[in-house]
Design a binder for this molecule. Sequence first.
Ligand code: ADP
Length: 160
Amino acid sequence: MRSVIYPGSFDPVTNGHLDVIQRAANLFDKVIVAVAENQEKQPLFTLTERQEMVSQAIEGMPNVVAEGFSGLLVNYVEARSGDAIIRGLRALSDFEFEFQLALMNRRLNERVETIFMMPKDTYTFLSARIVKEIARFGGEIQAFVPPHVQTALYEKFRNQ
Ligand code: ADP
C-alpha cells in the first residue's frame, strides 16, 4: 500500500491542484491532500474552509482524502506513514523554491522523497493567487476552479 502526501495552502483549491491530485491518485494507492494551516501566508480562507473545499472537490476520487495539518511537513509525513511528498511544478519559476524545499525536507528526514508532477499544459499558468485577484474584481473564474469554490470566492469578497 503506497500512500503519498500532497501538501499546500489550497487557498483555495484550483483545477490545477485537482489535475495533480488526479494524476497522483492514478499512480498511488492513497493520496492525502494535506491542507497547511500556514500562518505566515495569511490565507483568505480559514483552514476549515480550505479543507472543506478540497473534500468536496475530491468526492469522486475514492482513494483521496483531505486533512488539515500544522507543524513540520516531514513529521506529518512520518505520522501518516506517507511514502513520499507530491508537489506540482508549473514553470521554471516554481523550480527554485521547490528544489530548496525538497532538499531541506530530505535533510530533515532522509526517508522522505519528493515527487514532482506537471499539470495539464492549460493549467500551467494557473495559481490560487491569480484566481483570487480575478474573483476580487468580479472576473470570470469558471474555467479555473470547481463551481463550489467559485461560489465561495465571490461570497468571501462580497462580505469583505
Ligand atoms: P504552497 O502554499 O505550498 O505554495 P499551493 O497551495 O499554492 O502551495 O500549491 C500546492 C502545490 O501545488 C505546490 O507544489 C504548487 O507548486 C502546486 N500547484 C499550484 N498550482 C498548480 C497548478 N496550476 N498546476 C500544478 N501544480 C500547482
